[in-house]
Every structure is written in structure tokens, then in C-alpha cells.
Design a protein around this ligand. Structure first.
Ligand SMILES: CC(C)(COP(=O)(O)OP(=O)(O)OC[C@H]1O[C@@H](n2cnc3c(N)ncnc32)[C@H](O)[C@@H]1OP(=O)(O)O)[C@@H](O)C(=O)NCCC(=O)NCCS
Length: 174
């Protein structure tokens, strides 16, 4: 069985960080920006190895989401990716399952923004598409993010209506 290593960002040495970043650049076909990498740092990484090289990765970082008058501690899933030559063999599910365990046990809810490929993966794993509006707590105040509507998935969220609001950051806010 493919082993999954769980490590905090602090535990990744320079070589392992470079190997994971290389996997992400390859998996996202050159569309993985420096901000995307930054978003994946600071929490936990789940890395599947084959023949000593990373072939699948997911990360969980802590964010704050607002829903109505509730402030929710969120395990936000970032940088889920599988080597292009190793897809549809369960590796995406493997690293996502490791991330879900942390989300389910340490946070009020899980959330993520899914790519087209990701939609199918998360739907099969029981994540729920947030069908309300999305927004961000920008420096200028709460701002709707209609471009992200229909791509944000949650896990473990009960009730609530109105916009789901994320905290502010550079790059893609969701
Ligand atoms: C999305 C991604 C991580 C899936 O990885 P994977 O290893 O192929 O996923 P799995 O093999 O664990 O798939 C589990 C199930 O999810 C569904 N699924 C995954 N990818 C799918 C796709 N492209 N189309 C349809 N269903 C898909 C299937 O039900 C699949 O089970 P099956 O193969 O038995 O039918 C991978 O395609 C990838 O790295 N894509 C590029 C980067 C990206 O978009 N990442 C997601 C960011 S949100």
C-alpha cells in the first residue's frame, strides 16, 4: 500500500519542499502560482510516496469562516494533486482521506475550492457544494465573490444561510 506521510510545514526540509512544489507545478500544468503555494503552507501536509518521490499531496491549513453571526474554525484543504501519470488509482482519495481525518477531528468544518477535476473527487467523498453566495472579509469590508460561487465545498457544516465569508489573503481568496 502507498504510504502517506503526515508532516507539518516545519518538518519539510528544503529538498522535500522542492519535491512537493515540483509535483504541484506538474499536476496543475504550470498554473500553480506562488500564492497558491503560500496558501498551502503553515499547517499539515499529507504526502503519498512511490519509489521515494511524492506522487500525491494535500494540505490542511487553519482559516476563519463567518456564517451569519457564527465564526467558524475551518480546516481548509489546499493543493490536492496527483502526478498526471498516476491518476484514477485512488491516490487523490488517499491523501484527501488523511486530510479529512484532521478536518473532522480538529475543526468546526472543512472547506475547499474545487477545480473541475476536484468536483468529482469531493462529491464522491461526501463533501457538499455550498449553494449559497460566497464572500471574503476584505480590507474594505465583506465583499461578495460571485466568481467562486459553485466551486466551494464544505464538510461538517450544519445549518446557516446567507453568504459564507472567508478571511482575506493574497491571490485567490477561496
Ligand atoms: C483531482 C485529482 C487530485 C484526483 O486524483 P486521483 O488520484 O485521480 O483521484 P482518485 O483516483 O482517488 O479518484 C477517486 C474518485 O474520484 C472521482 N474522480 C476523480 N477524478 C475524476 C475525474 N477527473 N473525472 C471523474 N471522476 C473523477 C472518481 O469517482 C474516482 O473513483 P474511480 O476512479 O474509481 O471512478 C487529480 O485529477 C489531479 O491532480 N488533478 C489536477 C489538480 C487538481 O485539479 N486538483 C484538485 C484541486 S481542488
Amino acid at each position: 500500500m502507498t504510504p502517506v506521510r503526515t508532516a507539518s510545514t516545519a518538518d519539510l526540509d528544503t529538498a522535500e519542499r522542492a519535491a512537493v512544489r515540483g509535483l504541484l507545478d506538474l499536476a496543475f500544468d504550470g498554473e500553480f502560482a506562488d500564492e497558491d503555494w503560500d496558501h498551502a503552507l503553515g499547517g499539515l501536509h499529507f504526502i503519498a510516496y512511490e519509489d521515494g518521490r511524492p506522487v500525491a499531496h494535500a494540505a490542511v491549513v487553519q482559516r476563519r469562516l463567518l456564517l451569519g453571526d457564527r465564526t467558524l474554525r475551518c480546516g481548509y484543504v489546499e493543493a490536492v494533486a496527483v502526478h498526471p501519470g498516476r491518476r484514477r488509482h485512488g491516490l487523490g482519495g488517499l491523501v484527501t482521506a488523511a486530510a479529512e481525518r484532521v478536518v473532522d477531528r480538529a475543526y468546526h468544518l472543512g472547506a475547499l475550492s474545487a477545480s473541475e477535476d476536484g468536483h468529482a473527487l469531493y462529491t464522491t467523498r461526501g463533501w457538499r457544494l455550498w449553494d449559497g453566495p460566497t464572500a471574503v472579509l476584505a480590507p474594505s469590508g465583506v465583499t461578495l465573490t460571485p466568481e467562486d460561487d459553485g466551486s466551494v465545498f464544505t464538510r461538517g457544516l450544519s445549518g446557516g444561510s446567507g453568504p459564507l465569508v472567508c478571511d482575506w489573503r493574497d491571490g485567490d481568496v477561496w
